[in-house]
Write a protein that binds this ligand. Structure first.
Ligand SMILES: C[S@@+](CC[C@H](N)C(=O)[O-])C[C@H]1O[C@@H](n2cnc3c(N)ncnc32)[C@H](O)[C@@H]1O
Length: 217
């Protein structure tokens, strides 16, 4: 059968090329999911989920961000970068994005995916150190902190430290946005913030609540 020369570079038709690209993207998802599952097996308490969050949940996580006003957005626990992708595609070019991920393997994936972006810092450490990373970048307060941290499975002291540091380093008009699979931790968050807005996303495994916390007074 003669080769099609519709696509001069590889000798396959644009339709086949399109299919091939879709397969490669799907394989990329498969690799990310496998990496996530392996990390869950190795570090269940800090990984906190067997799969990365869905695109639907990611979109809901960033829907309440005013990207035109945000000067600095911090993300805790980006994992393989599903929320990061949404943040980077919507942010203004001069908005600084700081990713804080304690798992070195996830950091390597984040470097591979986003390493070339300007105004993006990828930090392999714990969210508890947010203050030091803001200071290093000459920032007093973050405007938004988006969290993928599994508060339900983290040690209580670690969660308390992270929430105390979050409160300290978030702008008074800022928002802390997190997701949880149940609302059991709602009271814990309200110990640090005055207001909470809750949304639900069923198109995630498992379905999840998005909690947007404000009012630091
Ligand atoms: C449930 S996964 C969420 C990953 C990603 N945001 C998503 O939704 O697919 C939790 C992530 O938090 C990271 N993590 C756990 N404790 C952390 C800490 N103290 N500081 C920074 N990252 C942490 C884990 O390594 C993991 O990547």
């Amino acid at each position: 059968m003669p080769l099609s020369f519709d696509c001069p570079l590889v000798g396959i038709s644009p339709r086949s090329l399109d299919c091939l690209i879709k397969i490669i993207i799907k394989c990329g998802d498969f690799v990310k999911n496998l990496l996530f599952l392996i990390q869950y097996i190795l570090k269940p308490r800090t990984t906190g989920a067997v799969l990365p969050s869905s695109k639907y949940l990611a979109r809901k996580m960033v829907a309440g961000i005013d990207f035109s006003a945000a000067r600095c957005i911090v993300e805790y626990g980006p994992g393989t970068g599903v929320f990061t992708e949404e943040i980077l595609s919507a942010r203004s070019a001069d908005t600084l994005v700081i990713l804080i991920e304690r798992n070195a393997d996830f950091c390597k994936t984040l470097e591979k995916r986003f390493g070339g972006y300007a105004n993006l810092k990828i930090i392999n450490y714990s969210a508890e150190r947010i203050g030091a990373y803001l200071q290093e970048n000459g920032i007093e307060h973050a405007d938004y902190i988006v969290s993928g941290l599994p508060f339900a499975s983290l040690p209580k002291v670690a969660s308390q430290n992270i929430l105390a540091q979050t409160k300290k380093h978030l702008s008074p008009s800022g928002k802390f946005i997190t997701f949880q699979y149940t609302l059991l931790t709602k009271k814990f968050f309200l110990g640090y913030f005055g207001d909470i807005e809750i949304k639900y996303e069923i198109r995630n495994i498992p379905p999840a609540f998005v909690l947007a916390l404000t009012d630091l007074s």
